[in-house]
Design a protein around this ligand. Structure first.
Ligand SMILES: NC(=O)c1ccc[n+]([C@@H]2O[C@H](COP(=O)([O-])OP(=O)(O)OC[C@H]3O[C@@H](n4cnc5c(N)ncnc54)[C@H](OP(=O)(O)O)[C@@H]3O)[C@@H](O)[C@H]2O)c1
Length: 272
């Protein structure tokens, strides 16, 4: 793990994952990991509520098609901001499904991608729009009998992404994190982004591995769930190429609690 010097401020970054008792975060087909209990879901939602933004890899979005928003009124009441946390997806290829439910969830959405990724994503979005020529004339919307009194109000968060940050491949997390923290950007055309102080990384294994490699994870929550998934290729909390002993990230246990059949672990990630 190469710990980069923090020359400029960056968000405080916590990662949160649930794993089976044999250390897998999903099955070998990388399907949605819906094995954690309601207690773990509540724990996850509490961490989301404490964060200014969440960050997840495109593999996680492709598996779930949706994200977790804060729905508990008590958690919403104690949030520093009245809004939902920003949900940030990262993809180098731009290969996201514009039809997935994530894009109709009432949350702010940001995208981190590359120059090629944004082109591919825009092409996918263009394909999504139904072409008027291809529609059955019977199905075309009829003109209203009377003009509406007011133009229809735009629903908030209707756009697929509120902000896009374009970076190189592999991602330069050092620049990205500084830009997320300050809210100012040379990587996006927007000048008014919410600065992010607390960032929650929700997986999956590839994203966690790349952030750990660059020394960008400060804390880790791991829930050990009572099942065995097995399989050589099923992902573990940290994917990528792995670390070579003894140069591995080290953890300090901050707390360990048992609830039902699950164990909730909370670690600090130590700098090398
Ligand atoms: N148990 C849990 O708590 C938990 C939590 C989250 C996810 N999961 C499971 O984990 C699986 C998904 O994890 P995963 O490891 O396959 O995928 P992932 O880490 O969610 O996403 C990997 C993808 O994100 C983009 N990406 C991540 N880091 C990048 C970097 N440094 N530079 C450029 N692009 C980057 C790339 O997208 P492109 O390929 O689009 O370029 C990459 O292929 C699913 O099965 C899901 O159910 C489990």
């Amino acid at each position: 793990m190469k710990k980069l010097p923090d020359l400029k401020p960056r968000p405080y970054i916590t990662a949160i994952l649930a794993m089976s008792a044999d250390g897998k975060i999903a099955d070998a087909s990388r399907s949605a990991a819906r094995f954690p209990s309601p207690a773990d879901q509540a724990h996850l939602q509490a961490q989301i509520a404490k964060s200014d933004a969440t960050l997840f890899g495109a593999g996680t979005l492709r598996a779930y098609g949706t994200t977790m928003s804060v729905t508990d009124p008590a958690l919403l009441a104690v949030r520093r901001s009245p809004d939902q946390p920003i949900q940030i997806v990262c993809t180098a290829t731009g290969n996201l499904d514009p039809n997935c439910r994530f894009f109709s969830q009432p949350v702010p959405r940001w995208l981190i991608t590359t120059a090629e990724g944004i082109q591919y994503w825009r092409a996918r979005l263009a394909q999504k729009r139904p072409s008027v020529q291809n529609l059955d004339p019977q199905q075309l919307p009829q003109p209203p009998l009377q003009p509406p009194l007011q133009p229809p109000r735009q629903r908030p968060h209707q756009r697929p992404f509120d902000h896009t940050l374009i970076t190189e491949r592999p991602f330069n997390w050092h620049n990205l994190m500084q830009e997320l923290r300050t809210g100012q950007s040379s990587l996006s055309d927007s000048t008014s982004r919410r600065p992010i102080q607390r960032l929650l990384v929700m997986g999956g294994s590839e994203l966690v591995a790349s952030l750990l490699t660059d020394g960008f994870i400060d804390e880790l929550y791991l829930t050990v769930c009572p099942l065995l998934i097995g399989g050589k290729t099923a992902p573990t909390p940290v994917g990528g190429l792995g670390f070579t002993l003894p140069r591995t990230p080290r953890l300090k246990l901050l707390s360990a609690t048992v609830e039902g059949d699950e164990v909730f672990l909370h670690y600090q990630v130590l700098a090398l």
